[in-house]
Ligand binder design. Structure first.
Ligand code: GUN
Ligand code: ZN
Length: 436
């Protein structure tokens, strides 16, 4: 019988904890072996100690000189905004009105949605992202198109229909009742089908009535293992607007808490203009701040406050927020994350940034043990990184003196060119073909 075991020889990097709080968090095997079978991790360790135990006919894929890590996890991204990435605007609200809403209007057309979903998922894989929390549009067919493609590729993805019943163009509005009905039908159709997960997705407080947010909260209570995703405290004009729309709330975040939208698996994008009271509520409810540095710098939204987030142990994870974000690459996202960290007096080292893009993301999604590292039994979602991917990176890699310096160079200089191959559930779903 031919063995179904496959093995990959390379340097291995993964994490068992957050390196900011545990000096033994990093797992590094310079000459390592990743052993998988039936789409799951069997073992990860030193080549010397593992290779003798492989079944005799196991093919060992030789990736020496490369680094294998778990696939990256992008905890906040909008697939319908793929075609408006890099569109200039003076800030969030004009950017939404000028670019975002018109482009999202096209997703009532199922064929258009399918075409964009296919491109978007290929782009994620080219950048080494194997799991993402994804916004669709208000149209249920945009969700079907996304999950159909993701399911066909056997990717582990989270997505949901945007709920918005006011303050947007008519062609993008649902109603409180229809949004709850449509969301529930989509939960029944897609949640936990294969590797798909559903996220209840009120866009943000300004585009939902009180009634819509309440119904979203009721759905979240009825289906506790679904996700919730929304935006909060991204931009000062937005915060002011929310104060006018919801004058009784203690804060913007409180609008959501009052309506049952803070819990495990609730993902709050941006979280820039929070106070310590809000941060403490995030921590107490195990809600997660999804930090979007390329977007926040691009739209001039503000700087995430890492120092106060860590002080209150606010759960956080990393995200691109394309199309407000300017890159699909989690490496480029780390680059900007590092600089934003500097501005809040924090040195975010490369170990921590790689943790945030892998196990940190899995923890934010309550998926530790399923994705995010190479613990036995995890999905075999992994990527092969090339420290020689470009002439400059190759030159820099030759002079690095430590793992930290090597990872830092990958984060600061790397992008999709670094991703040599991407594997999902043990199957290769991307292979880089050229230096372009
Ligand atoms: N707030 C409400 N909608 C959006 C969106 O699509 N992108 C960003 N960055 N912020 C938002
Ligand atoms: Zn967003």
């Amino acid at each position: 019988m031919i063995s179904n075991v496959q093995a990959y020889r390379a340097s291995l990097l993964h994490f068992r904890n957050d390196p900011a709080f545990d000096e033994h968090a990093t797992l590094w095997h310079s000459d390592g072996l990743l052993v998988i079978a039936d789409g799951k991790v069997v073992a990860a360790g030193d080549y010397d100690s593992l290779h003798a135990s492989l079944p005799a006919d196991t093919m060992v894929n030789d990736w020496r000189g490369k680094i294998i890590t778990p696939g990256f996890i992008d905890t906040h991204v909008h697939y319908p905004q793929t075609d408006i990435i890099g569109s200039p605007a003076p800030g969030l609200l004009p950017w939404l009105n000028t670019y975002t809403f018109p482009t999202e209007g096209r997703f009532g057309d199922a064929a258009h949605a399918a075409e964009v979903a296919e491109f978007f998922l290929a782009e994620l894989l080219r950048n080494g992202t194997t799991t993402a929390a994804v916004y669709c549009t208000v149209h249920p067919q945009s969700v079907d198109a996304f999950f159909e493609r993701s399911h066909a590729l056997n990717l582990r993805m989270i997505a949901g229909k945007v709920m918005m019943d006011r303050n947007a163009p008519d062609f993008l509005l649902d109603t409180a009742e229809s949004s709850a009905r449509d969301s529930e039908a989509l939960i029944k159709r897609w949640h936990k089908k294969g590797r798909q997960h559903y996220a209840i997705t009120p866009r943000f407080a300004p585009t939902s009535t009180d009634q819509q947010l309440r119904l979203a909260g009721e759905l979240a209570a009825q289906y506790p293992d679904t996700y919730i995703q929304t935006h909060v405290a991204e931009n000062t004009d937005e915060v002011k607007w929310v104060k006018e729309l919801f004058p009784d709330a203690r804060s913007y975040l409180d609008v959501y808490e009052q309506r049952g939208l803070m819990r495990k698996r609730a993902l709050y994008a941006h979280c820039i203009w929070l106070d310590d009271n809000d941060r403490a509520r995030m921590a107490a409810t195990e809600s997660v701040a999804t930090v979007c540095p390329t977007s926040n710098l691009f739209l001039g939204s503000g700087l995430f406050d890492f120092a106060n987030a860590d002080k209150l142990r606010m759960p956080m994870s990393l995200a691109t927020d394309v199309g407000g974000g300017t890159s699909f690459s989690m490496l480029q996202t780390m680059n900007e994350l590092h600089k934003v960290g500097r501005m809040s007096g924090m040195h975010l080292d490369a170990h921590r940034m790689f943790y945030m893009a892998t196990l940190g993301g899995a923890r934010a999604l309550q998926l530790e043990g399923t994705i995010g590292n190479f613990a036995a039994g995890c999905d075999a979602d992994f990527i092969v990184l090339d420290p020689q991917a470009t002439p400059l990176l190759s030159r820099r890699s030759a002079t690095t003196d430590s793992l930290e310096e090597q990872l830092f160079a990958l984060a600061l200089l790397g992008d999709d060119r670094v991703i040599t191959a991407t594997y999902s559930a043990g199957a290769r779903v991307h292979q880089r073909t050229a230096w372009i």
